[in-house]
Design a binder for this molecule. Structure first.
Ligand SMILES: [Zn+2]
Length: 323
């Protein structure tokens, strides 16, 4: 049995993963990111201990947003979490009494897909994770492409508008400023403000001015034209990046991961309509657990004979050359 953690900006997903890649005892707990690094460590410890009470495991793997040096197991650059320069793995290992390994969350989702999802049928696919930002993973010819310092696959920072919106990366016009779940929430608020009499605006007011990734879908399903227009625009933004990725990589599928894809066909059909190759694009079949499954495999990435490394054709994590 393996223990995997998907550490996000708002929630910690945890679960025990068996040899078939099935997740047992799936749980989510709040990350408590607003409480700072120590609060996140406490929440993480709690999530692990709850699972360790159910089964003995030799190590824990943690997927998280940001730039992670998988070979060294350290966070190089944090994203959406207050953990910059924080010795997370050491602190967690000390508390749990087992080793802890870090990986980038999008790469973990890619490992999860390779082990238990789309990778069972495809050697050439891309993974696109849509949430607070947009991340990605690349598997070509059976091998994953991590790039220097594991920084390849930052699909969200592909520029789609020359003089577009400013991005947290310092450039302008990045895809995630238009097609992340964060962007969808912003577009939802803008539409409600512009059309205060719409069903969308009324529902937001009734919810105490709270907007999340589901808000616009609820209003659109109830027949609100303003919400429907937001989704049409959002689908256009999403498809622009997917079409760029298709042109560059020519994969045999692009797997979409993220909470908003729980909306299924209601969103996917709008995206596919605008894709150059509609049936390349599909929603992950792993119910939002690809990242957790891949994280659980991280400890084994150090063993070239492990099942995941054999699947990755011995592309075990390597330390980048010193510059
Ligand atoms: Zn950017």
């Amino acid at each position: 049995m393996r223990l995997g953690i998907d550490l996000g900006g708002t929630a910690i997903k945890s679960g025990l993963v068996d040899d078939a890649g099935q997740v047992l005892f799936y749980e989510t707990l709040p990350t408590n990111a607003s409480g700072g690094a120590d609060a996140v460590l406490d929440a993480l410890t709690d999530a692990c201990r709850r699972q360790l009470a159910r089964a003995a495991v030799a190590a824990v793997g943690i997927g998280m947003p940001g730039t992670v040096d998988e070979a060294r197991g350290v966070l190089v650059r944090a994203a959406n979490l207050p953990l910059a320069d924080y010795p997370l793995t050491q602190a967690l290992s000390r508390r749990l009494g087992i080793p802890a390994y870090l990986g980038n969350d999008a790469n973990c989702a890619l490992y999860g897909e390779i082990y238990a999802g789309a990778g069972r049928e495809s050697d050439n696919f891309l993974l696109v994770t849509v949430g607070t930002g947009i991340g990605g993973g690349i598997r070509i010819g059976g091998k994953i492409h991590l790039g220097m310092e594991g920084r390849a696959g930052e699909f969200g920072h592909m520029i789609v508008a020359m003089d577009g919106r400013p991005c947290r990366c310092g450039r302008v016009g990045c895809w995630e400023q238009y097609a992340s779940a964060t962007a969808l929430c912003r577009m939802t608020r803008e539409a409600a403000a512009a059309q205060p009499d719409s069903l969308l605006a009324r529902q937001i007011r009734e919810a105490g001015d709270v907007v999340d990734g589901r808000t616009v879908f609820e209003a659109a399903r109830a027949g609100c034209p303003a919400a429907d227009a937001v989704l049409e625009t959002y689908a256009k933004h999403l498809s622009v990046g997917l079409n760029n990725l298709t042109a560059i990589f020519r994969p045999d599928r692009i797997v979409l991961v993220g909470g908003i894809f729980r909306e299924g066909e209601f969103l996917l059909s709008r995206v596919r309509e605008r894709c150059t190759d509609p049936y390349l694009v599909e929603i992950s079949a792993l119910n939002g657990q690809a990242g957790l499954i891949g994280a659980a495999l991280l400890p084994e990435r150090r063993d070239p004979n492990s099942p995941i490394c054999r699947l990755l054709r011995h592309t075990a994590a390597q330390t980048p050359p010193e510059r």
